[in-house]
Write a protein that binds this ligand. Sequence first.
Ligand code: G6P
Length: 472
Amino acid sequence: MSRTIIVSNRLPTKVQRTANGLTFQPSEGGLATGLGSIYRAADNVWIGWPGLVVSDPGEQQQVTQRLQADSMAPVFLTEREIQDYYEGFSNGTLWPTFHYFSEYALYEEVHWEAYVAVNRKFCEAVLELAGPDDTIWVHDYQLLLLPEMLRRERPSATIGFFLHIPFPSYELLRELPWGAELLEGMLGADLIGFHTFSYQRHFLSAVSHMLGYPNQSGQVETPSRLVLVDAFPMGIDFKQYAETANTEAVARQILAYREGFREGRIVLSIDRLDYTKGIAQRLRAFEGLLQRHPEWHGKVSLLMVVVPSRDQVAQYQSLKEEIDELVGRLNAQFSTMSWTPIHYFYRSFPFEELVALYRLADIALVTPVRDGMNLVAKEYIACRNDERGVLILSERAGAAHELSDALLINPTDTNHLVEALNEALLMPEEEQGRRMGHLRALVEQYDVFAWTKLFMDRLAYSKIKQHIYATD
Ligand code: G6P
């Protein structure tokens, strides 16, 4: 019987070291939820890094056994591999380049070598578990070389690849000394998926410019095979958010939070700490609102949650300082004895509290300068059973292609953003209801389970298509 193997850099379980030993916590991530029904079924498995250095063989065995019981298999990385492959090539080279921040990108041969070596390590971990006819679904930019490595060893395997971040214009990719190798790595898959048609188009254009392979209607002809390329906008577990939003526990939490804000309006901002998220630009826009529209003083607050991330990478450290400084300056300038303009949290929130924040917020301000999809926007919508609230969304998030009933803005146009905030604060309830109704129908229909099914069905179809192509 053939199995399905999911591979991603991070496992859906967070392993942490505490004074009492190792702890194992399920991650709340959308991917983990969407793929849960697959990797936990039958003999399937999810392969990835447990998120910390485990060098002691006894501990490695403990982690392996514990994860095995929940259908996972760990790939252990050394301190050096984390520095060069994870912080170095993945987050110091690929992440900025693919998000149009190429001025931040490092071009270090040792990082590249570590990236090749760790992709090879993942390949070996998959080969240990995979049979010749298994289906292997590889995820994201940390593992771009893996599909081709697997293809060499398992020519008949069914291999899917999905990129969770933007695929940039060919002009950005050609700035990388290793662009052609990365494309060849991805083309080891039978099906390559992106969140949007523009990422798909950029990929196809890079393939024809840099490798010279012909492509038509989302099909690439490599010298040896046919590869399908398509767009699959990822969704969330709509039901889980919508149902939680209706619980007593969340209602109580909302009441508790409300006390702190009285009748004031709440603008919500939630992100992982990242320069792609436009957090500093958002703070400047909020400052612009308070300067240009003093009528909102004392009546609106920004509730800003920044989730710590990649704090060993230089740009993340300086961004944290910039945000701290901006929040401090704005609060010092505008606060009164009874009103704090910005409530700033540098931590993550438990699921129910997060849902309560979404329900509480009059406006969700989701303004990344680049974002593959952005699931925060969809989570906000899923929680609004009351069909109230306004989503302000960057046109440079993948989600903007679907969520056209949001107020779409250009995140670097501060004037536009200030006026969008004012418009959202003044939006009549009836218009909020109409827009939110449309948005909810969409997010409910194309949820993460529909996304998984579409991708898997299309992956199975790619094999039929190749068979026809080969016998033509
Ligand atoms: C983005 C990436 C994921 C990554 C996540 C968290 O969503 O697409 O691959 O896992 O960020 O980043 P981290 O570096 O902590 O895994």
